[in-house]
Ligand binder design. Structure first.
Ligand code: GDP
Ligand code: IMO
Ligand code: MG
Length: 429
């Protein structure tokens, strides 16, 4: 099986974009299967920096790219992103980009609702990206969504729109908002339909054909396992399954087509938005990690919270996410620390835990148990082979492998595409 699924093993922003771009050189197709434009994937190629939210990262190399049915698609955000990338010389055409015609749309009313709920939640705020992701998935599951294929049948949308608006009008009234302006919504959809429809296809056919033809398919996950709707730190999660299993349902290829699952993990931990974070450092060390790692959100510009590597969480992610091997990124950010710490367990009252408890109150209460290792003063930045790494950095990586019970397949040593060490080729598995 030559296919590879890349998923985040922490709370997102692990460097998935960089690794997908690197692997895309050898892929025949890159597929997004969940999430939406809440994602922010950064690719650095020489002097050029590309920031992708909705488009699969393969598009930068010109690798045929697919947005699968598991994604929630904001058609206006799609247009803006395609135009922005066009200015950078990256062109998405119906030949290079295909969008599943059964993909549900994010509408302006979803964005409204996301913001209204966040503003009304006080301390219970999730800290969403306010892109309308949660409300759009709710409408999909509630069988009220408007999908890409509907854009070709807008004159027949009546009953569907009745169902959608009845639901949203009731919610909006509760927030003191006027009912949905149906005429305006239809007019906006008519206008954007022209742009989106040339990309729309039953992509499951292309994927199955590619698979039968022995092509290499690279799945690009968004967010991370700890933000998964089932396995993450609920309710401080996103509204989709981010685990590798979602690649099958979110693309139309089936579970046996997923292949090697490459989990991306930073050599430390970050989180953006609310929710528990056992190893968070609200001190100078945390600040140093944030500064060295440039930890600001790609999508919202929000400062990311930083802390030490948590092996309990990544071990759990590897288990529930179906991870075969890890790509450890941003090891260079730890250069120059006298000592580095790894969380190896938790204390919850007088109990010792080797897993993350399920309830949010317990998740917030656990106290990490740390193992301290000597740091390294040499630079790992830009290293492209194992031999370029200082002995202490190798020890750190080996210890992580042991603790998370999963081999390291790749190590990333800078934002730049080529600054990557290959330990075990995911495509060769
Ligand atoms: P994604 O959402 O998982 O694709 O990750 P983001 O792009 O949101 O955030 C990762 C950030 O780290 C980006 O700015 C990358 O350019 C950068 N990055 C990726 N790998 C490395 C690395 O090995 N070292 C350093 N210093 N930065 C990296
Ligand atoms: P990438 O793909 C990091 C977080 C938000 C919030 C929670 C729910 O770049 O790794 P949502 O808008 O999805 O309803 O927000 O999830 N979040 C991310 N955090 N990286 C992401 O994507 C994220 N996408 C959503 O900050 O806490
Ligand atoms: Mg990101």
């Amino acid at each position: 099986m030559a296919n590879v699924a890349v998923i985040g093993a922490q709370w997102g922003d692990e460097g998935k974009g960089k690794i997908v771009d690197w692997l895309a050189e050898r892929a025949d197709m890159v597929v997004r299967f969940q999430g939406g434009h809440n994602a922010g994937h950064t690719l650095v190629v020489g002097e050029n920096v590309y920031k992708l939210s909705l488009l699969p990262s393969g598009i930068v190399r010109g690798t045929p790219s697919v947005i699968g049915n598991g994604v929630v698609l904001d058609p206006w955000a799609l247009k803006a992103e395609i135009e922005r990338l066009g200015e950078q010389g990256v062109h998405a055409s119906p030949e290079t980009l295909r969008i599943a015609d059964n993909c549900p749309l994010i509408l302006p009313i979803h964005r409204d609702l996301d913001g209204l709920r966040e503003d009304a939640s006080g301390a219970g705020k999730i800290g969403t990206t306010r892109r309308g992701i949660g409300p759009a998935y709710e409408d999909k599951v509630g069988r009220r969504a408007i999908r890409v294929c509907d854009l070709a049948h807008l004159d027949d949308l009546g009953p569907q729109l009745d169902r959608l608006c009845a639901h949203h009008d009731a919610l909006r009234a509760g927030y003191g908002e006027p009912p949905v302006d149906r005429e305006r919504l239809l007019a906006d959809l008519r206008e954007i339909a022209e742009f989106v429809l040339p990309f729309a296809k039953p992509v499951w056919r292309d994927l199955n054909e590619a698979r039968t033809g022995g092509k290499r398919i690279l799945f690009e996950g968004a967010q991370g396992v700890l933000l998964d709707i089932d396995h993450g730190t609920y309710p401080f999660v996103t509204s989709s399954n981010t685990i590798a299993g979602a690649a099958a349902g979110g693309s139309g290829l089936g579970p046996s087509g997923v292949g090697f699952v490459l989990g991306i993990a930073k050599a430390y931990t970050t989180r953006v938005g609310s929710g528990p974070f056992p190893t968070e450092l609200e001190d100078e060390t945390g600040q140093r990690l944030g500064e060295r790692g440039h930890e600001f959100g790609t999508v919202t510009g929000r400062k990311r919270r930083c802390g030490w590597f948590d092996s309990v969480l990544v071990r759990q992610s590897a288990a529930v996410g179906g991870i075969t091997g890890i790509a450890l990124t941003k090891i260079d950010v730890l250069d120059g620390f006298d000592e580095v710490k790894i969380c190896v367990g938790y204390k919850l009252g007088d109990q010792t835990l080797d897993y993350y408890p399920t309830h949010a109150a317990d998740q917030a209460k656990v106290v990490p148990v740390y193992e301290t290792m000597e740091g390294w003063q040499e630079s790992t930045a830009g290293a492209r082979s194992w031999a370029d790494l200082p002995a202490q950095a190798i020890k750190y990586i080996r210890r992580i492998e042991e603790l998370i019970r999963c081999p390291v397949a790749l190590v990333s040593t800078s934002p730049e595409r080529e600054d990557t060490i290959l330990v075990r080729d995911p495509f060769a598995d």
